[in-house]
Design a binder for this molecule. Structure first.
Ligand SMILES: [Zn+2]
Length: 506
């Protein structure tokens, strides 16, 4: 298809965007004071949508949330806060900025460089204003965190959970072999300035020492368990903040304490690992599982399930053919996703219908466990883990929300997982995760009602029928982070151009 050159098209789009009900608002520039007018608010704490409201933003803070009297409004007598700049949110929904509880800032895939700008903009375009980074180049991501905090880079707010055992880390780590080594590593990370620690595959004595030290220095802990010595019982005992994914939970409920692997099973063979992981939940004893979940609730161990990152295991074709790949899949990531024995995820060569059916059952039990956990009082968050296994930054978090709805949570609760609950898991619930005066101005203006259809949150929008006509709708129109308004379609267009340029050079 022929069209105007990119630059011209971009100008046209930008002009169209600024014409749509805004005044004095520029993409990426924070006005001293502005008002989001006539918004329907989903606050993030699980309470129902309500409106209309005018939301006053001053600096990086929500200064006021003013209820509008619909009768006075209609008669033109409503008293409304004044401001030189405004965003008209009539017919739109305003939510707290989404928090991605499981992200990785990635500047390469499989050793090939990938611009960080790519994922930072995809995150923002998807309404994500905060990312908990759970493993990256710690020093570089700490610098990025500080640049983001001072508004010098287009990026979500970052919380950096340094990898306990190195792994892609610039920090020189000697082998952590003794409890004293573990404590020293915790102090080293604390000195670096991390917000928390991510552990991954760890023996019990080291886990006990590292968690004890982390509590002393005030660092939170995210645990990605493997099939290993420790499981959820250790998280319960030692005080882990959140269990990532799901490993360690069914493991803690196995009748014999060990899964019934075939004798030729080799954990380091990814095909074995993922195939048999798909048969793990069914081996959990239901009664024991209830005991484990209750103990997690009692010990305040939260759960960040990342349902999305295993979706390829239950439906490979869906994962490989996501519609946003066409315009937004960076060639570096595309290469990385190709089944290749050198990369994580190569097990998809020969992935069978039987494997998919096993994983579908795995999901059913896992999803039921999540609901049971929350009903008992457990704290569930939402994260994506994109950059692996066909999952694209930002889009993956919205898919995670859809899967949480599939698990049986109503959309109001799902959105709470991604906002208020995530803020609680970060220990930031007094500043983030709600639309409330005094909180940081991290908000999204959504073109549509996410309670009706979570798909309206996809940056690329969705299709719907209005007055008998198929129309394109949805998308996050404005992502406001620290009071800085970012225009979603502009971010998305920039990503598209970045990808097109990278493909041309590929
Ligand atoms: Zn991860």
């Amino acid at each position: 298809m022929r069209g105007p050159p990119l630059g011209v098209a971009a100008l046209l789009l930008a002009a169209a965007a600024s014409a749509q009900g805004t005044k004095g608002i520029s993409h990426g520039v924070r006005p001293a004071r502005y008002v989001i007018r006539n918004a329907t608010i989903v606050e993030g704490n699980g309470t129902p949508a309500a409106g209309p409201y005018d939301i006053v933003i001053e600096g990086n803070t929500i200064a006021d949330v003013v209820a509008l009297d619909p009768v006075a409004l209609k008669a033109g007598r409503a008293r409304r806060p004044a401001a030189d700049a405004e965003i008209d949110a009539t017919g739109k929904y305003v939510l707290p900025g989404l928090i991605n509880l499981h992200g990785h800032v990635q500047d390469e895939r499989g050793g090939i460089p990938q611009p960080v700008e790519y994922e930072l903009k995809l995150w923002l375009a998807s309404g994500i204003t905060t990312v908990r980074d759970v493993g990256s180049n710690t020093r570089a991501t700490l610098q990025l965190r500080d640049l983001s905090a001072s508004g010098r880079v287009v990026a979500p707010r970052l919380f950096v959970y340094g990898l306990f055992g190195g792994g892609g880390d610039a920090v020189e780590t000697r082998g952590i072999r003794t409890p004293e080594d573990a404590r020293a590593r915790v102090r080293e990370l604390k000195t670096l300035g991390v917000d928390g620690i991510k552990i991954l595959g760890i023996d019990r004595d080291l886990m006990q020492a590292m968690e004890d030290e982390a509590h002393k220095v005030g660092l939170r802990i995210a645990h990605h368990a493997g099939v290993e010595e420790t499981n959820a019982w250790d998280d319960i005992k030692f005080g882990t903040t959140s269990i990532e994914h799901w490993y360690g939970v069914p493991d803690a409920a196995l009748a014999d304490g060990v899964q019934h692997f075939p004798s030729e099973y080799n954990y380091n063979n990814e095909v074995d690992r993922f195939r048999w992981a798909g048969r793990l939940w069914r081996e959990a004893d239901p009664e024991r599982l209830g005991t484990v979940l209750q103990a997690m609730v009692d010990a305040r161990v939260a759960w960040d399930p990342t349902l999305v990152i295993y979706e390829a295991s239950r439906d490979l074709q869906r994962a490989q053919q996501q519609p946003w790949f066409r315009d937004y899949l960076h060639p570096t990531l595309e290469e990385y996703f190709k089944p290749n024995p050198a990369n994580h995820g190569s097990y998809f060569i020969g992935w069978s219908s039987t494997d998919e059916v096993s994983w579908k059952e795995n999901y059913r039990i896992w999803m039921a466990a999540l609901r049971d956990f929350e009903r008992r009082g457990g704290l569930i968050g939402a994260g994506e883990d994109a950059g692996f296994i066909y999952e694209l930054y930002g889009f993956a978090l919205i898919r995670e929300l859809e899967l949480q709805q599939e698990a049986g949570f109503p959309p109001l609760r799902v959105l709470q997982h991604a906002t208020f609950n995530n803020a609680r898991i970060l220990g930031m619930e007094d500043k983030l995760g709600r639309v409330r005066p005094g909180h940081l101005a991290d908000l999204i203006v959504v073109n549509g009602n996410p309670l009706e259809d979570l798909k309206v949150l996809y940056a690329t929008g969705t299709e719907t029928i209005r007055n008998g006509q198929a129309v394109h709708t949805g998308g996050v129109e404005w992502t406001i982070k620290d009071g800085i308004p970012y225009h979603g379609p502009t971010l998305l267009r920039e990503v598209k151009e970045l990808v097109a340029a990278a493909r041309a050079h590929h």
